[in-house]
Design a protein around this ligand. Structure first.
Ligand SMILES: NC(=O)c1ccc[n+]([C@@H]2O[C@H](COP(=O)([O-])OP(=O)(O)OC[C@H]3O[C@@H](n4cnc5c(N)ncnc54)[C@H](OP(=O)(O)O)[C@@H]3O)[C@@H](O)[C@H]2O)c1
Length: 322
């Protein structure tokens, strides 16, 4: 079957290891099932994989892609929960958690195999392309906001790096949940688009906000960390799920963290129940993922280049080429 895969990894030139071509069909495995992929979406995780982060030489070649929506063996429309090993379903109780493409082949292919437990019904209100955006970036934003940030309607949040997949999700979800949303981006065009999505205020990275916020949703890392900590009200929470610009900020801001009793909370992906709630939230509210573009898998290289260059607003979606 046609697939988009990592043949090699390279920390400096990640796109050099990206290949498009034939890969073997998924093998049958007890407790697992095969999904015909109708749409899959890119995440920064796919670039980390091509850089060799979380993907060792022994696992190559590896079909990329964490997210998919498609049709299962019964003909039902489904969304794939990308986390395997969270509960033991399909892999036994001792296997540690992994995300598709770390241990098991990913979704940028005509078919993907996952534990049966990992399938959720696709709400009919969502297209395959929209549903394929939800399992990683949107689920991560959902858990950051509604499980880990400790915010409620009427509170204020700051979203760093407004153009990203997680960040656009956070802006839309926070707005829909009745929060005041501030967002930063390096790019004026992306700031305007974040405002159009519903952000109450958009700013250059590091700018002073109109108020101190209850929570910051941080995925940029080193480049925005100081600003995140300085933007919080006393007792506020910074939730961090990524460090695109690097994991070692020039200043850790420890004095401010203890003096103002700030909370730093890590967040990774989300549970299957949270994904079900997110799907229900989108179906009920009319909230839809922000899709930058939909491209056939044969044009995956173009999509990866744009992600690597940060030339994206929202999610890049791939559909099977044939
Ligand atoms: N823990 C988890 O479960 C989990 C899940 C999903 C994602 N993540 C991580 O979260 C991060 C974001 O993922 P994503 O898929 O949303 O990525 P993405 O779509 O590629 O977005 C990355 C965003 O980061 C901002 N950015 C990048 N470099 C920057 C810099 N030097 N200074 C300021 N901003 C910078 C950009 O925003 P502007 O151009 O608007 O400034 C860009 O839009 C990644 O590191 C990813 O690995 C973690």
């Amino acid at each position: 079957m046609f697939a988009v895969y990592a043949a090699r990894t390279d920390a400096k030139r990640p796109l050099d290891g990206l290949e498009l071509g034939e890969r073997p069909e998924p093998a049958a495995r007890e407790g697992w099932t095969t999904v015909e992929v109708r749409a899959a979406s890119l995440n920064h995780h796919d670039l980390w994989s091509l850089r060799g982060v979380g993907l060792g030489e022994k696992s190559l070649p590896m079909i990329l892609g964490c997210d998919a929506a498609g049709v299962d063996e019964n003909g039902d429309e489904v969304v794939v929960h990308a986390v395997v090993g969270q509960t033991g379903h399909g892999v036994g109780p001792d296997e540690p958690r992994s995300i598709l493409t770390e241990r098991y082949q990913g979704t940028f292919a005509e078919r993907v195999s996952v534990p049966v437990w990992n399938l959720l019904p696709k709400p009919p209100e969502l297209s395959f392309e929209e549903a394929a955006c939800l399992p990683t970036a949107w689920l991560t934003a959902y858990r950051m906001l509604f499980t880990n940030a400790g915010v409620r309607p009427g509170d204020a949040v700051l979203v760093q790096g407004a153009g990203g997949g997680v960040a656009t999700a956070a802006i839309v979800l926070a707005k829909a949940a009745g929060l005041r949303v501030y967002a930063t981006s390096r790019d004026a065009g992306k700031r305007a688009r974040a405002a159009a999505l519903g952000a109450h205020g958009v700013f250059e990275p590091g700018a002073r906000l109109p108020e101190r916020v209850d929570a910051v949703l941080e995925t940029v890392g080193a480049a925005t960390w100081s600003h995140s900590v300085k933007s919080l009200r006393p007792g506020g929470t910074v939730v961090i799920s990524g460090a695109t610009s690097g994991p070692n900020p020039p200043a850790a801001e420890l004095n401010r963290i203890f003096f103002l009793e700030l909370k730093v909370v890590g967040s990774t992906m989300g549970t299957k129940d949270e994904l079900a709630d997110l799907l229900g939230f989108c179906a009920a509210t009319g909230v839809r993922p922000v899709v930058d573009s939909v491209l056939p898998m044969s044009r995956a290289r173009e999509a990866f280049s744009r992600l690597a260059e940060g030339d994206v607003f929202g999610k890049l979606v791939l559909t099977p080429s044939s």
